[in-house]
Design a binder for this molecule. Structure first.
Ligand SMILES: [Zn+2]
Length: 89
């Protein structure tokens, strides 16, 4: 069965497990900055969120990024939240 080979991750807003392709990835890079959908060679602690507008809205409103990545740089979080908001348009 090929389905077991699909990469699955949990959305940090609704906590449903989905295929990687259905999710937005946010990674904390080595230099301490955050990046949405980084290149494969940019490794770091990551959080995933559905492309579902309700999940994105909840993720931004409740500042879930801070907890998901154990991250406290408010300026970087704000930057990413603005980039996520662009997915809603
Ligand atoms: Zn979700």
């Amino acid at each position: 069965m090929s389905e077991s080979k699909e990469i699955k991750r949990k959305c940090q807003a609704c906590f449903e497990v989905k295929n990687r392709a259905e999710l937005i990835k946010i990674t904390k890079l080595k230099d301490g900055t955050l990046k949405i959908n980084p290149k494969t060679n940019e490794i770091g602690r990551s959080a995933y969120i559905c492309k579902n507008p309700d999940c994105i809205k909840q993720f931004i409103k409740k500042h879930k990024l801070k907890k998901a990545l154990k991250y406290s740089n408010a300026k970087e979080i704000e930057k990413i939240e603005l980039e996520l908001a662009a997915f809603l348009i």
